[in-house]
Design a protein around this ligand. Structure first.
Ligand SMILES: Nc1ncnc2c1ncn2[C@@H]1O[C@H](COP(=O)(O)OP(=O)(O)OP(=O)(O)O)[C@@H](O)[C@H]1O
Ligand SMILES: [Mg+2]
Length: 344
């Protein structure tokens, strides 16, 4: 996998200057709308006959953090691998920063850094040699100061002379990130970068991702920790069984599909909800101690004032109330479930 990913690339002086300009230009919150990655009608049928991608159309905006979510086997790694030129598509096209990934492979690949899902590294090399070698493969001129900064940012500097096989799993993952950044890519793919890493590394990694984004790097990541996507992403894509089920701004998605709940803890337990209140989306908890009112986040009127008045009229008093909002995880689970039911 990594062999192909690091196929030797020609150094293109003009490309390099442009690249630096790109890195400086957009800052957080000012992403432009022109796609930095454009995927059209992409399908993939593996040699086994299994169709892993069924016609994907996707545009990634320059400078954004895009989170690709989906259950195991949905096709996330397949999609990323095709964009990065590791797996061939069956049909469709992809451009990276305007370069076709097939016809203009080297130019496209030079823009991209990939942190693969699978850990595979050159066990006998030192950290420093590996990272330097990676940069060299992309034909970039030697820049030890840049590589030192990458290793320092990843807290790997004190391990620079260690052989990779002597590192822990989490440190090996950091090395993969350092390798992916070695040629100063403007587009970074992170395929489950935080799977199986400790809290501290996860935190460091997200700090680093934010810094990269501030420098104008576009970031596409997959994760099964949905709260990460909720924290980090500008946009969310959900893929299920080889199809993109949805692509949406995170904020819009949460507003559109999110529900809010108001929970009232009652003074005295209730046996049942009075018939008269049947029109309200109310639920009584099993112990009869709380009433849960679900309402739409988008709705103009929550109906809460009216509800509270009606409850008082019925002599239902409460001693406490709190509200909660659905998380991206709730939204994701219900989306994937809906999609499954729709096809059943
Ligand atoms: N080389 C291959 N040959 C045949 N089938 C494959 C191959 N690689 C992947 N697949 C199949 O394609 C589907 C998508 O796999 P992929 O690795 O893209 O999923 P994923 O979304 O990345 O899953 P995960 O969350 O587990 O990483 C799966 O059903 C998988 O078994
Ligand atoms: Mg995967």
């Amino acid at each position: 996998m990594t062999d192909v990913a690091h196929a030797p690339l020609r150094y293109d002086a003009a490309g390099s200057t442009q690249e630096r300009e790109h890195r400086m230009a957009p800052t957080a919150g000012t992403q432009s709308q022109d796609p930095v990655i454009d995927v059209r009608g992409l399908t993939k049928t593996y040699a086994t006959g299994f169709q892993a991608l069924k016609g994907i159309d996707l545009s990634i905006r320059r400078g954004e953090i895009f989170a690709l979510l989906g259950p195991n086997g949905a096709g996330k790694t397949t999609l990323i691998s095709i964009i990065c030129g590791i797996v061939n598509a069956s049909s469709g096209s992809v451009t990276a920063d305007g370069h076709d990934i097939v016809h203009d492979y080297r130019a496209a690949r030079a823009k991209i850094g990939l942190v693969p899902q699978e850990l595979s590294t050159d066990a006998f090399e030192s950290v420093w040699a590996t990272v330097k070698f990676s940069r060299g493969l992309f034909g970039k001129p030697r820049d030890d100061a840049y590589l030192e900064k990458v290793l320092r940012d990843l807290s790997l500097w004190d391990k620079k002379d260690s052989k990779i096989m002597a590192l822990s799993g989490g440190m090996k993952r950091r090395v993969l990130i350092a390798k992916a950044l070695s040629h100063e890519p403007t587009i970074l793919f992170l395929d489950e970068p935080t799977a199986g890493v400790d809290v501290e590394l996860r935190h460091d990694m997200w700090e680093m991702v934010r810094r990269l984004r501030e420098n104008g790097t576009t970031i596409i990541l997959t994760t099964h920790y949905i709260e990460e996507a909720e924290d980090m992403a500008d946009r969310i894509g959900v893929i299920n069984k080889g199809e993109l089920v949805l692509v949406e701004d995170k904020a819009t998605l949460m507003r559109k599909l999110g529900k809010k709940q108001l929970t009232l803890t009652l003074q005295a337990p209730l046996e049942r909800i009075p018939d008269d209140l049947a029109e309200y989306p109310l639920e009584l908890t099993e112990d009869g101690h709380s009433l849960v009112y679900t309402f739409d986040v988008q709705a103009q009127e929550t109906g809460i004032t009216a509800l509270l008045r009606r409850l008082t009229q019925h002599g239902i008093d409460f001693k406490d109330l709190h509200s909660s909002e659905s998380s991206l995880e709730d939204i994701f689970v219900s989306l994937v479930r809906q999609n499954r039911e729709a096809r059943a």
